[in-house]
Design a protein around this ligand. Structure first.
Ligand SMILES: Cc1cc2nc3c(=O)[nH]c(=O)nc-3n(C[C@H](O)[C@H](O)[C@H](O)COP(=O)(O)O)c2cc1C
Length: 186
């Protein structure tokens, strides 16, 4: 395939956008698959949570993770009041949680089963894993805020394939990890 060939609707090499064009940058970056997590905390005793796809690990020693939250987020001011937060990792059957925790003006916890983490934050019962974090560092980066947490405790509570967000939609994973397939475990 040459540089100008198309491949299932992707942008051709000769029409690559300028990095300053936000819509085009979002379009290109949409080709990078992300995990889907719900970051939760307590705000004045009430559970709060927001869908976050920018979660990643940062360091093993000390154990650090991070995510990026939009400066216009209405959840952030309340999240920012808490010295702890919990990252809930969603599985492939949890698209409904991804949607409801990214919707404004609704009770995001309605019908959602959760238990308190060691620091008291919501651990969603359906989540694959939960990492309970203390706030380590917060920085403004461009139009986002980088939130770095130190992992204080963690739990793996459900087996299953992860929810993956890709090109504005959920990617249905079918086969499981490559090594399991080779071993005939898929
Ligand atoms: C798959 C997915 C991933 C998202 N990742 C992020 C993220 O990493 N950071 C962020 O600020 N918003 C992210 N959002 C958008 C927020 O969830 C949404 O804008 C937010 O919940 C709006 O409500 P708020 O004002 O309460 O923050 C994501 C949304 C979806 C559907």
């Amino acid at each position: 395939m040459n540089a100008n060939s198309t491949n299932s609707g992707t942008t051709t090499a000769d029409t690559l956008p300028s990095p300053g064009d936000a819509a085009q940058l979002r379009h290109v970056l949409g080709h990078v698959p992300t995990s889907v997590t719900i970051v939760t905390a307590l705000s004045r005793g009430l559970p709060i949570g927001v869908t976050v796809g920018s979660f990643s690990s940062v360091s093993l020693d000390p154990p650090l993770v991070n995510f990026f939250i939009d400066r216009s987020s209405t959840t952030w001011p309340r999240l920012n009041e808490s010295s702890t937060f919990t990252v809930n990792v969603l599985g492939m059957d949890h698209a409904h949680l991804c949607r409801s925790f990214s919707r404004r003006g609704a009770d995001r916890f309605e019908g959602v089963d959760w238990q308190p983490s060691p620091s008291g934050n919501p651990v969603l019962s359906e989540a694959i894993a939960a990492l309970d974090c203390s706030r380590y560092k917060v920085d403004i980066i461009g139009d986002h805020i980088q939130v770095v947490g130190r992992v204080e405790s963690m739990q793996l509570q459900n087996a299953g394939l992860p929810l993956v967000f890709y090109r504005g939609d959920f990617l249905r994973l079918g086969c499981g990890p490559e090594s399991s397939r080779q071993a005939g475990e898929a």
